[in-house]
Design a protein around this ligand. Structure first.
Ligand code: NDP
Length: 437
């Protein structure tokens, strides 16, 4: 196929080229993921709780109890007034905080039109105000009055799901008005696939950027609030907060605050630069993150695990090693991409003029940051001991996500850098884990 001469290239070719290569298993994959993501989140809520316990075999070994529980709780979760009121208030707070709280305006990477969007960076302020308010509330009213998120888990999950579907529909429909810049992967013409993957690259209402807002605020911060509610529930039931619960609370809060603190780094991530905003990101941000990433805290709420000093120290060591790799690798690359090289790392120059690091962490594997992230996932799961495999879901799921992401990114880099990428791969042969993968 020959490309149209430059003079014949229309605005439509630049803004809205037709997508021909499908990802995520194409149409069938989009449909599959769109249904299994919410179903999995519901499975954990319905099949891992203080009434039925948390056994992998639950739906089969205790089918009647499971079916009764589902029948009693699932449909009513969509009409849970408290959940609707809380979630609406929470979401409005996040929007209001974006407008009101001070934040630096930062330019994103150049789009393929050459334009650079500006983003208001006040996610950290939004998170800190919310966390301070939550801590204040717990101190004033006590843990027993602070279990609303745990008590209304299913209701909140259902409202968040409705919100994620509504947002995905809104951005899908809005992507057809005016001359919008579409994601290269989101314009197949198939409604289900495009709605899932995201048609428009940067849907906005004025300066309010819907994608980055959802990525870092309403779901991510809510995750920590959900965790805190689990700790309060444990305290209410058992009269203490176990060392394992404190660790989970600490690790998750650390991860979230760290992401908010480094808000600017997301502007160069695949989600922002390449993917459109569709159901995949909206359900991921709003449902998946707060209600499945908090699974360890949910489990520990009714199955307290006592790790003891040695257990705590050992798990802390895994977390620290993971974090060290994760953060230093990301900082090395971000510094380098911003034109700094404080460690004097070696690099190769590609024919595009862009450079690739070949020493430091990026000389150890092609995605050292994923390795650090995955080690942290282990630390979180280990806090739950070995009573049930369900809290280990996170480490398994995260491995799949990271491997899939690595494959997508390597393919994109191969397209970007051609033969130079092959040279880099020869020089740095391991994809994520040195000597293993
Ligand atoms: P990366 O931060 O790994 O960025 C990949 C990009 O880095 C490539 O496309 C390339 O872009 C650039 N790059 C690759 N190799 C080199 C090199 N040797 N030297 C310089 N630049 C290089 O990708 P992600 O956006 O996937 O991940 C960002 C962070 O987010 C990670 O730490 C990850 O663990 C985390 N994450 C967490 C998730 C969660 O749910 N908790 C989900 C997904 C990610 P270019 O050359 O164009 O600059």
């Amino acid at each position: 196929m020959t490309a149209a001469p430059a003079s014949q290239t229309t605005a439509k070719d630049v803004l809205a080229p037709r997508t021909t290569e499908l990802e995520f298993g194409g149409f069938a994959g989009a449909l599959f993921i769109s249904t299994t993501v919410p179903l999995t989140a519901y499975y954990f809520a319905l099949g891992c709780n203080d009434v039925l316990g948390c056994a992998l075999s639950l739906p089969v070994s205790n089918t009647d109890a499971f079916v009764d529980y589902v029948r009693e709780n699932l449909a009513t979760s969509f009409t849970d007034g408290t959940a609707w009121a809380f979630y609406t208030g929470w979401y409005l707070y996040c929007v209001l905080a974006w407008y009101i709280l001070p934040g630096k305006w930062v330019k994103g990477l150049p789009l393929r039109t050459g334009r650079q969007l500006e983003y208001k960076t006040n996610a950290l302020a939004t998170g800190l105000v919310a966390l301070a308010a939550a801590v204040g509330y717990i101190i004033v009213y006590g843990p027993a009055s602070s279990t609303i998120l745990y008590d209304h888990w299913l209701g909140l999950l259902s409202v968040a799901l409705v919100n994620s579907i509504a947002q995905a529909l809104y951005v899908y429909v809005a992507s057809f008005s005016g001359h919008k810049l579409l994601a290269l992967g989101g314009n197949t013409g198939n409604v289900v696939y495009d709605w899932f993957i995201g048609r428009e690259l940067n849907p906005r209402i004025g300066l309010f950027d819907i994608k980055t807002f959802n990525e870092l605020r309403p779901g991510l911060i809510l995750w920590v609030l959900v965790d805190a509610s689990c700790a309060c529930w444990q305290h209410t039931q058992f009269g203490y907060v176990s060392d394992s619960m404190w660790l989970v609370l600490f690790f998750h809060t650390w991860y979230v605050v760290d992401s908010l603190l480094h808000e600017e780094t997301i502007f160069s991530q695949m989600d922002i630069t390449t993917d459109g905003f569709g159901f995949m990101l909206s359900v991921g941000d709003l449902v998946w993150v707060p209600f499945t990433y908090s699974l360890q805290a949910r489990y520990l709420a009714f199955e307290p695990v006592h790790l003891g000093a040695i257990g705590v120290l050992a798990i802390m060591a895994v977390q620290l090693i993971g974090y060290y790799i994760f953060r230093t690798a990301n900082v090395e690359k971000n510094d380098f991409r911003q034109g700094h090289n404080p460690k004097n790392l070696q690099f190769m120059t590609t024919s595009t003029g862009r450079k690739l690091l070949v020493s430091g962490w990026w000389g150890v594997s092609r995605h050292p940051n994923y390795l650090g992230d995955w080690l942290m996932a282990w630390a979180w799961c280990l806090t739950c001991g070995f009573g049930s495999p369900i809290p280990y879901f996170y480490v398994v799921y995260f491995a799949i996500l990271l491997v899939h992401r690595q494959l997508r990114d390597d393919e994109a880099c191969k397209k970007k850098y051609g033969a130079d990428w092959d040279t880099y791969c020869k020089r740095v042969p391991y994809r994520i884990i040195p000597y293993i993968y």
